[in-house]
Design a protein. Structure first.
Length: 350
């Protein structure tokens, strides 16, 4: 006869589950980008998958493979290509032909003649610092090809089975979710809205700002407008910063170099025109999808970059939004439990 009763045995099993779960999470921490990426892609492409398989009765494995190919072509390959281009450019900051040296020298010359500060900027140290920061910001891109391949392999392996077994996958999430079914469905809906807002909404805004910024730099005759447009795209994931802030130093440098109309044009184009486009797109996206508070985006990026590198621009705000959703559902459950307890107490007193 066992020395433990049913409740004690169940508690011991629960402790074992928690310990093993922590060990598994620790072991899988290197694949966190794959897991989170699979969740994000599943949330984005789920309506397309359901439309093709349930309404048009297409073959499920075929649709899953098509979605994987489309996401590779539209999202993964362009993102990797642009990131590698940025890294190659920034790591070449020490070369003499990169225009930032000339810009910084011009600022030093202006400060020396007008402000009596001839060594206001140490261009070499700044170049080295920018290159070092780029290496920290893009660790997943600068890492080995094997790591990138493994991350994508696990991501798409998970995504394939999440799609082909979507009914069982979603039923399992609802069944094992630590809250009631209606709250689980609410969480799923809020998760979808949050993902669309942080990934699709912010992505559209950032890409639009980057393209417009590149066009403006091209009109003004600035070297490497495509490169700076890509930089503007990445910076635009921060709603407080964005392209308008990046346009100010460009306008000032052009004015210092004697390019008056180009400097004024970049300031007007970047601060006023692109700033207006930014607000207009945010209004449309917030109306159609959801409104993500700028603080969530900024704090999420600060949290996400050390964890995921450049992917933290996307994953950080998404992860923070998911966390806040769980806190909201927990608070709802707690209030419901307190209300039920008060009702039971009042019934017993009566």
């Amino acid at each position: 006869m066992s020395i433990f009763n049913y409740k004690q045995r169940n508690n011991i099993i629960l402790i074992g589950i928690v310990i093993l779960g922590c060990v598994l999470l620790l072991a899988l921490r290197g694949l966190s980008s794959s897991i989170l990426g699979a969740i994000v892609l599943y949330t984005i492409f789920r309506p397309v998958y359901l439309n093709l398989t349930e309404k048009r009765h297409w073959n499920k494995p075929l649709v899953a493979v098509l979605i994987i190919i489309v996401s590779l072509i539209l999202i993964v390959i362009p993102f990797l290509s642009l990131s590698i281009m940025v890294v190659n450019k920034i790591t070449g900051l020490t070369s003499d032909n990169f225009p930032i040296h000339k810009w910084l020298s011009d600022i030093d010359a202006f400060a020396g003649s007008h402000l009596n500060q001839p060594h206001l900027i140490d261009s070499i140290n700044i170049s080295q610092k920018i290159g070092s920061y780029a290496a920290e910001l893009f660790p997943s891109i600068l890492g080995s090809a094997a790591d990138i391949f493994l991350t994508l392999l696990v991501l798409y392996f998970l995504l394939y089975f999440m799609f082909t077994q979507n009914k069982g996958f979603e039923a399992g999430l609802i069944k094992y979710a630590p809250f009631r079914e209606q709250h689980a469905l609410k969480f799923a809906e809020e998760l979808r809205i949050s993902t669309y807002s942080n990934v699709l909404g912010q992505g559209i805004i950032s890409i639009s700002q980057g393209i417009l910024f590149a066009v403006g730099l091209r009109i003004a005759g600035v070297e490497d407008p495509v490169f700076w447009g890509v930089i503007g795209t990445f910076i635009s994931f921060l709603p407080v910063v964005g392209v308008p802030t990046l346009a100010i130093p460009f306008g000032v440098i052009l004015l210092l170099n004697g390019h008056t109309w180009q400097g004024i044009f970049i300031l007007i184009w970047g601060v006023l025109f692109i700033g207006y486009i930014d607000q207009f797109l945010r209004f449309i996206i917030n109306k159609r999808v959801a409104n993500t508070h700028p603080l969530i985006t900024v704090i999420g990026v600060i949290i996400g970059i050390p964890l995921f590198g450049i992917l933290g621009l996307v994953f950080g705000p998404v992860l923070l939004s998911y966390f806040l959703l769980l806190v909201e559902i927990y608070e709802t459950n707690r209030l419901a439990a307190d209300r039920l307890e008060r009702i039971q107490t009042n019934s017993e007193l009566e």
